[in-house]
Design a protein around this ligand. Structure first.
Ligand SMILES: *Cc1c(COP(=O)(O)O)cnc(C)c1O
Length: 321
């Protein structure tokens, strides 16, 4: 395996003090209703509002001093971009985030507020990625990829170390590029081998799910989803996460938008303000798409939902747009 339990343990030591160990709490109402204990890993309470801080911090702290001095770069607008900006500032390393002109001003400002240099390049994510490649080649920056990287996967896997003591029958993990699912699965399969690890994603544009079915990385057509953090491809040249997900995930379940909306509402009423990507495990449990056969852990992976969208969903909406 390209990432091992030892790598994850080393990551946990490296990132200690830079991330929080988030609460693991029992959902009493849902446990009662489903007849099995259901645990919520409240990772949406992580600094920067998502688990991505674990992987980004581990990847940056794994760099040699000369690379640190030249700085890090990425093209993400979402939770990964925030994580890289935050981790770099905390460690004292320059961070550059390349964004397209289409990224809304409030998102650009939020990244500047985290202390990163923002470069606005071109009219698409692809053009922003070209600028990342240029900064790597001509300025000696190091790219911190969002998922397909050993140190990123090992960092996300530290969540698995915190969940393994439950010795659950199943762990429900949100799945996009597969950095989270791969890291958690490596830790869980090593420490609690009887536990099943299930990937959860949205029906609309699930690239990893389609790739696992095809047996190789494929592209899918994306449509807007409440689980926007689960969008994007896995890369045709995927090195790390596809093989790990193929080897270690026991199943993948695709959720409809209405099921995700119902889960956001259910969690919101219980005081967990989470984004759609974080609610997919809950969605599977509530809709009967995953029937627990024993103790079950679901990872609430992130909090970064537009407050106006959250309010619309709480009032009954089921669509992203
Ligand atoms: C990135 C992200 C995911 C998916 O993680 P991958 O490693 O890309 O599979 C899930 N939830 C949230 C909140 C995210 O930001």
């Amino acid at each position: 395996m390209s990432v091992t339990l030892d790598d994850i343990r080393a990551a946990a030591g490296r990132i200690r003090g830079h991330v929080i160990e988030t609460p693991l709490i029992r959902d009493e109402a849902l446990s009662e209703r489903l007849g099995q204990p259901v645990w919520l890993k409240c990772e949406y309470r992580q600094t920067t509002g998502a688990f991505k801080l674990r992987g980004a911090t581990n990847a940056i702290l794994s760099l040699p001093p000369d690379a640190l001095a030249r700085g890090v770069v990425t093209a993400s607008t979402g939770n990964h971009g925030r994580a890289v900006a935050h981790a770099a500032r905390a460690i004292g390393v320059p961070a550059t985030i390349c964004l397209s002109r289409l990224v809304p001003d409030n998102k650009v400002q939020a990244i500047r507020d985290l202390g990163a240099e923002v470069r606005i390049i071109g009219a698409s994510q692809d053009e922003a990625m070209v600028e990342v490649a240029r900064a790597v080649a001509s300025e000696g920056m190091t790219e911190i990829p969002p998922f397909d990287h050993e140190a990123v996967v090992a960092g996300q896997g530290t969540l698995g170390l915190e969940i393994a003591p439950v010795e659950a029958e199943a762990v429900l993990v949100p799945l996009s590029g597969g950095g989270l699912a791969a890291g958690v699965a490596v830790a869980i399969k090593a420490l609690s081998p009887a536990t099943r690890v299930i990937g959860l994603t949205m029906e609309n544009g699930a690239a990893m799910a389609a790739s696992l079915v095809a047996g190789h990385p494929v592209e899918v057509v994306e449509t807007p989803s409440l689980a926007d953090s689960l969008g994007g491809g896995i890369g045709f040249q995927n090195r790390v996460t596809f093989a790990l997900c193929r080897a270690l995930l026991d199943d993948v379940i695709l959720l409809h938008e209405a099921e995700i909306a119902q889960a956001i509402r259910h969690l919101g009423r219980a005081g967990h303000i989470v984004e759609g990507a974080a609610a997919v495990g809950h969605a599977a449990l509530l809709a009967g798409r995953f029937v627990p056969k024993g103790p079950t852990v679901t990872i609430l992976s992130g909090a970064n939902i537009d407050p106006a969208l959250h309010a619309r969903i709480m009032a009954g909406a089921s669509e992203a747009a």
